[in-house]
Design a protein around this ligand. Structure first.
Ligand code: GLV
Length: 401
């Protein structure tokens, strides 16, 4: 019965129905209530940065080498000392368990099966130990300070014991961005309001019976299983705006985090060369050029645009990753040409998760991977290690800084 249902899910995201990430996005929109879909799809304020992240990839064009035979392409890369099959990592996505039953386990399992890494968000519904059991690939734990330092320390200890191999510290959440879609959809009322305040917003859940049945069978509203408040237990689920109000991490915090976690630290949320150098100074092993997918400060520059400045400023002392706006394997190639070692994707796989659970995530990874191989062959390049600026044209002012 279960295998039959899985087979059905797999078929729902197969070609020709699903050929690209935008198809997965449409499938997620069909299955999910608006409040959940918009949580994935939306950004802050006017969503300028959200759009700009994608648009920046259009401004970079390829310079292929034709009449070159590339029968096989080598996509392997080492990130933080672990070999990945593809230069791709699933980024931390909060509340994945609202998108699909046991969503974080499903995504981690799909990543592990594909030979890539998965980063688990602090704001998750599945226990980090269960996520570790579900995956055979590298796992990273993303840390917010919701719940305070003691609470973070216990998550760090648990993550270490469960085999997570890197800690991702997100530094761009001084407060939550203004995500107007969440407010209009009643995210706050649905998650923590009383019956009267929920009522105007419940119809969007009722018109998605497949999602609703699965959500209820999975136990309904989750708790944040990895935010265990001393003396109280796992934190009650709150909407992300409320949670992020207490999530800020400062450079000062990074010093004690460094003491508490001896394995590699990845700093996510770097927007400038100056902060990139600070990340090197606090002993991070990698950084992520990231604007939180356009969900925090609107009108910051797209990540691809900032990448050359960051790469130049760290001078090879630290691994540079990038997220934001990646919807095609060709986008990954462009980021690698401009100096990223690998990329992280959030929405691209969250759409797959919302559409069909684990098979949807697997399909998102497969789409990006096959795109990547095709792009390399069309460029006449046999391996991602050979990608560099000579394969792209970049607007002149991008390289000025
Ligand atoms: C959580 O980190 C979010 O951006 O929603």
């Amino acid at each position: 019965m279960f295998r039959f249902a899985q087979h059905d899910k797999t078929r729902s995201v197969e070609p020709p129905r699903v050929l690209n990430v935008e198809d997965l996005r449409r499938a997620a929109k069909r299955r999910l209530p608006r409040v959940v879909f918009d949580y994935i799809d939306g950004g802050a304020e006017d969503e300028r940065t959200l759009r700009a992240n994608c648009h920046a990839f259009e401004e970079v064009t390829f310079r292929p080498r034709c009449a070159v035979a590339t029968p096989a392409c080598d996509l392997r890369v080492s990130v933080l000392g672990k070999s990945l099959s593809t230069p791709l990592i699933l980024a931390p996505v909060g509340s994945s368990r609202l998108m699909y039953p046991r969503g974080e386990e499903a995504a981690a399992s799909a990543a592990g099966a594909a030979g890539i890494a998965y980063a688990l968000s602090t704001l998750s519904g599945c226990r980090l130990e269960d996520v570790a059991d579900a995956s055979k690939g590298p796992l990273w734990y993303q840390l917010y300070l919701v719940g305070g330092r003691d609470c973070a320390l216990s998550a760090i200890e648990r993550a270490k014991a469960a085999g997570f191999s890197a800690l991702v510290v997100t530094i761009d959440t001084a407060v939550a961005g203004m995500r107007e879609r969440d407010l209009r959809n009643g995210a706050k009322e649905l998650l923590s309001g009383n019956l009267g305040s929920k009522l105007p917003f419940v119809s969007q859940l009722l018109i998605k019976p497949h999602w609703l049945a699965a959500f209820l069978a999975d136990g309904g509203l989750m708790k944040f299983q990895n935010v265990v408040i001393p003396g109280k237990g796992p934190m009650l689920y709150a909407d992300v705006t409320a949670a992020l109000e207490h999530a800020a991490v400062t450079w000062d915090d990074l010093n004690w985090i460094r003491q508490a976690w001896s394995l590699p630290i990845v700093i996510k949320g770097i927007h400038t060369g100056d902060d990139a150098r600070r990340a090197v100074d606090v002993g991070a092993s990698a950084l992520v050029v990231s604007n939180h997918g356009g969900r925090q400060l609107d009108s910051v520059a797209p990540t691809l645009r900032i990448l050359p400045e960051v790469v130049a400023s760290v001078g090879g002392h630290i691994e540079v990753l990038l997220d934001g706006g990646i919807r095609r394997g060709s986008d990954i190639v462009k980021a690698l040409c401009l100096g990223a070692r690998a990329v992280m994707v959030g929405r691209a796989y969250a759409y797959g998760l919302g559409a069909a659970g684990g098979p949807g995530v697997a399909r998102a990874i497969e789409i990006l991977r096959t795109d990547l191989v095709r792009t390399l062959k069309l460029l006449g390049c046999a391996s991602i290690a050979e990608l560099d600026r000579s394969y792209v044209d970049v607007p002149a002012d991008w390289l000025g800084k």
